[in-house]
Design a protein around this ligand. Structure first.
Ligand SMILES: [Zn+2]
Ligand SMILES: [Zn+2]
Length: 237
């Protein structure tokens, strides 16, 4: 499988980074993980046809992860998973208040579903398991464990400021890669959790430059191999 990093920024802008957006590629099919970036525009410029998408998964409804999600469901007509029913209503309201009449008309016919507990999506290529996190003050947020081609990866999504919700499963299962956000990272709370993670590699996205500096300052304490992502990076897992 490949992971295309289309947007690697957190909610406040950093130079040369679109907001969070990734595309997982498995067997010539695409899956969207978060839609903070204008994925259609970026993919058009990379000759990645959006017709190859089979489904999209939003970790939580902060704008830096979800602002372009309606375009995935309404514009492209793909199956989109949002954290909870209220999010579907909020998305419909957003389209209404933007006066996007064509999208508002089509909204009811779109395949927008809610994430369920545990294993909630499976097709011929991948299966996806939801892992609840505590990122939002109100509303649900998730990390996603994705198994495909005999490999296992985890997208943590955004975590709480203390990293208390860094998924426990990272100590229980072997992963080929854990894709973790680097905005709420603090050395004391996050580093021991990274070091207990059973993974071949950590891949950091949701990059905040001051947290990169902090990580580099303490990198000798990190026992797992890690990479930092930039927009346009493609990781073969
Ligand atoms: Zn975020
Ligand atoms: Zn967030």
């Amino acid at each position: 499988m490949k992971i295309h990093f289309l947007g690697t920024c957190h909610g406040c802008q950093e130079k040369n980074r679109y907001l969070t957006c990734m595309v997982l590629e498995v067997n010539d099919a695409y899956y969207l993980i978060d839609a903070g970036a204008p994925f259609r525009y970026i993919m058009m410029n990379k000759d990645m046809p959006v017709e190859k998408f089979k489904a999209g998964f939003i970790t939580h409804m902060h704008g830096d992860h979800a602002i372009h999600a309606y375009d995935f469901a309404v514009g492209c007509g793909h199956v989109l998973y949002l954290p909870e029913p209220e999010d579907i209503k909020s998305m419909e309201d957003l389209i209404y208040f933007m006066h996007c009449e064509w999208a508002y008309e089509r909204f009811g016919k779109c395949a927008i579903k809610c994430v369920a507990d545990g294993k909630f999506y499976q097709d011929e290529n991948i299966q996806v398991t939801s892992i609840p996190t505590k990122h939002l003050a109100r509303g649900k947020s998730f990390g996603y464990m994705i198994e495909a081609e005999g490999k296992r990866v985890l997208f943590t999504g955004d975590l709480s400021g203390t990293f208390e919700d860094y998924p426990k499963i990272t100590e229980e299962c072997d992963f080929d890669a854990v894709i973790c956000e680097l905005t709420h990272f603090e050395v004391e709370t996050a580093m021991p959790k990274f070091n207990r993670t059973r993974t071949k590699q950590m891949i950091f996205n949701h990059i905040r430059d001051d947290k990169v500096a902090l990580l580099k300052e303490h990198e000798q304490e990190l026992t797992v191999p890690y990479s930092l992502t930039n927009d346009g990076d493609v990781f073969e897992i």
